[in-house]
Write a protein that binds this ligand. Structure first.
Ligand SMILES: NC(=O)c1ccc[n+]([C@@H]2O[C@H](COP(=O)([O-])OP(=O)(O)OC[C@H]3O[C@@H](n4cnc5c(N)ncnc54)[C@H](O)[C@@H]3O)[C@@H](O)[C@H]2O)c1
Length: 251
């Protein structure tokens, strides 16, 4: 029998109820991982878990106690934890920067950045205490590297994610805890209408897609394949990368 590339690993995928996260959960489950989908939205999370043969937990990634509960769940259900995919993220609607509200700013910093702080604050001690190699993969964005107008603080939040990922990669390399980021370019998910500032149709995505050399947006399968490689033992010497899965957009 051919073994899956993630056989025996235990993974948490945040925001796994839809979009890129659901694609990642599907790929990881197909490759033999035991997956916990952690999402704010109960019904879609439950439905995705049922469809993909995963566990699920309703969790808000901006709450420390929810991260503590996720760790407890992984230990109780599966006896350990190996991989964390910090995929849950959000944005405000594309608009002139002077129109951004305090609420918009706080939202992207809480969901996109504080979530990474909390996940590592709660989970890195688990890996250190158990002398266990761990893998953190953050879903950042090409927006943090090659920003477009109208999303200043979303873009800045993703740049912070990539920077924090690199910092922790060098800090915890000696303990064999790996940190990498994956950067999608625009796709077609629950957030796309906010990124482009209008309904998510092929026509409305066209100006974004025209700047992508390979001529299309990121799909959940593209992002899942990259995450699978980075999470697997094939990538045991890869840490601190910011992998653009973007059809050449950032060149
Ligand atoms: N769609 C794109 O074009 C694009 C491009 C680059 C990067 N990204 C990033 O990809 C990631 C996934 O987004 P998506 O595009 O698949 O969108 P999506 O809306 O389909 O999925 C996001 C998921 O995160 C969940 N979520 C939101 N806030 C949460 C919270 N506080 N706690 C727990 N779960 C929460 C949502 O319920 C949803 O299921 C995000 O980090 C996003 O910034 C998306």
């Amino acid at each position: 029998m051919v073994q899956g590339r993630l056989e025996g690993k235990v993974a948490i995928v945040t925001g796994g109820a839809s979009g890129f996260g659901k694609g990642i959960a599907a790929k990881f489950a197909a490759e033999g991982a035991k997956v916990i989908i952690a999402d704010l939205s109960q019904e879609p999370a439950e439905a995705a878990a049922k469809e993909l043969g995963c566990h699920f937990s309703v969790a808000d990634v901006t709450k420390r106690e929810h991260w503590q509960a996720l760790l407890k769940l992984a230990l109780e259900q599966f006896g350990g934890l190996d991989i964390i995919i910090n995929n849950a993220g959000t944005t405000y609607k594309n608009k002139p920067t002077v129109e951004v509200t305090d609420q918009d700013f706080d939202l992207v910093m809480e969901v996109n950045v504080k979530s990474i702080y909390l996940s590592t604050s709660v989970l890195v001690p688990y890996f250190l205490e158990n002398k266990r190699p761990g893998v953190f993969i953050q879903i950042a964005s090409t927006a943090g590297i090659r920003p477009r107008p109208g999303l200043t603080w979303y873009n800045a939040s993703k740049a912070a994610v990539s920077n924090a990922t690199k910092t922790m990669a060098v800090e915890y390399g000696p303990q064999k805890i790996r940190f990498n980021a994956v950067c999608p370019v625009v796709g077609s998910t629950g957030l796309t209408h906010l990124f482009i500032g209008k309904p998510d149709t092929e026509e409305n995505r066209a100006s974004f897609v025209s700047t992508i050399p390979l001529g299309r947006g990121s799909t959940p399968a593209d992002i899942a394949n990259a995450c699978c490689y980075l999470a697997s033992d094939e990538a045991e010497f890869i840490t601190g990368v910011n992998l653009e899965v973007d059809g050449g957009r950032c060149v």
